[in-house]
Write a protein of this length. Structure first.
Length: 267
């Protein structure tokens, strides 16, 4: 177990020393052609983060999929606990997990890669040609032969979050509540219809401090990547061999009623 220390954010003091570069985005026609080979990711470690943001290298926060028993996504909003995004954690938990994997592995090359980052950042980069109205800023550091990438919240994003209406905040909560309604903390085969957890999850809120994360290694073209990613739940008990096939990503979407909404959803 490791206790997350509060990282110090030097952004305001050191911005003038950063080498700022813009990423030009062209018409999608420019990106047509053969794609680089993307290798099937392999899990090299996993870890849990509890309600106090303590890191444990075990599966205590792994959730299991269980069909939702409730339908009201607003229940528990008054109990909603949201992680304090103003406390910078950077890549700390991911780097801790890589260090732990290195100590456990007999192969020193398992934890070496050209790029280390979060899965969400790679998604953001690859979706940029199709999401031109979503600006982003990234911090990039090269140490020896590895490039470390993390996100820097833009002023526009900070402003939108600060000025979010009650309705917008509630809509954000709906996604977290759906996860609460669709997951349990023990394997489903151990559950009974009158199990207390099934009753509690209908009225309880969500706590975004709690996370279960995996660390995977893959390659994109000639570049090797190590990525950290949060996992919503697994379909059954975690398998020692190829656990990635059993993980589930839970998503909510508005009811699609026309072509424009369908196009937005598919994009």
């Amino acid at each position: 177990m490791t206790k997350r220390r509060q990282s110090i954010d030097y952004t305001d003091k050191r911005t003038k020393h950063y080498n700022m570069r813009l990423f030009p985005v062209y018409h999608t026609d420019r990106y047509r052609g053969s794609s680089p080979t993307y290798k099937q990711p392999v899990e090299i470690n996993s870890y849990s983060i509890d309600a106090d943001r303590r890191v444990w290298f075990d599966d205590r926060e792994l959730k299991y999929y269980y069909p939702a028993t409730g339908t009201d996504l607003t229940l528990g909003y008054d109990k909603f606990i949201q992680r304090d995004e103003t406390v910078p954690e950077h890549l700390d938990t991911l780097l801790d997990a890589i260090t732990d994997a290195r100590l456990k592995s007999k192969d020193s090359h398992v934890t070496k890669a050209n790029i280390v980052t979060w899965r969400g950042i790679m998604t953001k980069l690859l979706c940029t040609p199709y999401c031109r109205n979503e600006p982003w800023e990234l911090r990039v550091t090269r140490y020896n032969d590895t490039i470390f990438i993390e996100e820097q919240a833009t002023e526009d994003k900070k402003k939108k979050e600060a000025e979010a209406s009650v309705r917008q905040q509630l809509m954000c909560y709906w996604g977290y509540k759906f996860e609460t309604l669709s997951t349990v903390s023990i394997p489903p085969k151990q559950m009974t219809n009158d199990h207390q957890e099934l009753q509690d999850r209908i009225n309880e809120g969500a706590d975004t401090n709690i996370q279960y994360c995996v660390v995977v290694k893959t390659s994109l073209g000639k570049n090797s990547l190590i990525m950290g990613a949060e996992v919503d739940c697994t379909i059954d008990e975690k398998q020692a061999k190829d656990p990635l096939r059993h993980y589930i990503e839970l998503k909510t979407s508005r009811l699609i009623e026309n072509y424009k909404q369908q196009n937005t959803f598919e994009r």
